[in-house]
Design a binder for this molecule. Sequence first.
Ligand code: ASP
Length: 335
Amino acid sequence: MKSLTALLAALAMTTATPSQAENWSIAIHGGAGTLERAKMTPELEAEYEAALQAALDAGADVLKQGGSAMEAIQAAIVILEDNPRFNAGRGAVFTWDGTNELDASIMDGRDRSAGAVAGVKTVKNPILLADKVRTESEHVFLMGKGAEDFSVEKGFEVTPPEYFATPARREALERMKAKQLSALDVDHKFGTVGAVALDMQGNLAAGTSTGGMTGKRWGRIGDAPVIGAGTYADNRSCAVSATGWGEFFIRVGVAHEICTRLRLGIAAPQDAADAVMQEVADLGGDGGVILVTPAGDALFSFNTSGMYRGRATSGGINEVAIFGGDAASSAAPEH
Ligand code: ASP
């Protein structure tokens, strides 16, 4: 009996996990900008919140079960890519020429391996292709036809372009052309998607996926597939996914800049994110970021009226929000 008790005690010791090791967190976004509050009906708001919650839950479930941050962010992003309300995968915005051209990137903070694709038109889930570039090519960044050839070689299905096209996004392009509006006037609800996570093994990951900006032309590529601008992950500092006016995020090198400030201990996580978003605002850009840190903080910073967003942590946080000032909000100063 005594030895059985001792055996049970020994077993308990080997299976007990220190609470530190159970630390996980995830944050997601579905784009900065958002519909004006006046135009957002309760039904639409509930629909967006349910979509965000579904993506957040999918990612959090992976982490709770001990899965990796890389798996968690892909689980969350695929759900948002498949939802036509968001500007990624199905429901992507239209280019000037009336096509849907998708960009995505992903990064593993454990070894800083990264993959990205730009301008793909036939891949249902570009984030999965970006990950394939990361894991099964010698490259980081593939574009257009070459990226599509690579996807076929790796066994991805060729998705017909009609799958991505939705009437609402087509109408936005037509309105833009008719009124000669800029992409920002017509589409101040960006809808890019992204996720960042910390897993129980202490690894960070980040991913971002988008259709870009309405009416983009001449092969324009924004920040979302650019490692260091729209996406960055480094176990030494943080994981970041961005959304907003891509040109400014590239110029500031937003995701890498936030991580660098944390790595060098220049600022606390929220302050670093707010300061870098302020730089974007000072140059005339807008948008937002999500980040998680090795300590498990899941944070937001944005200088738009809202950002579709959510976060969940092992500490019990589980929330989604849309507008600034809602729960799950931590906005940089308005500019
Ligand atoms: N950052 C994306 C781009 O510039 C757009 C967005 O986040 O909504 O392509």
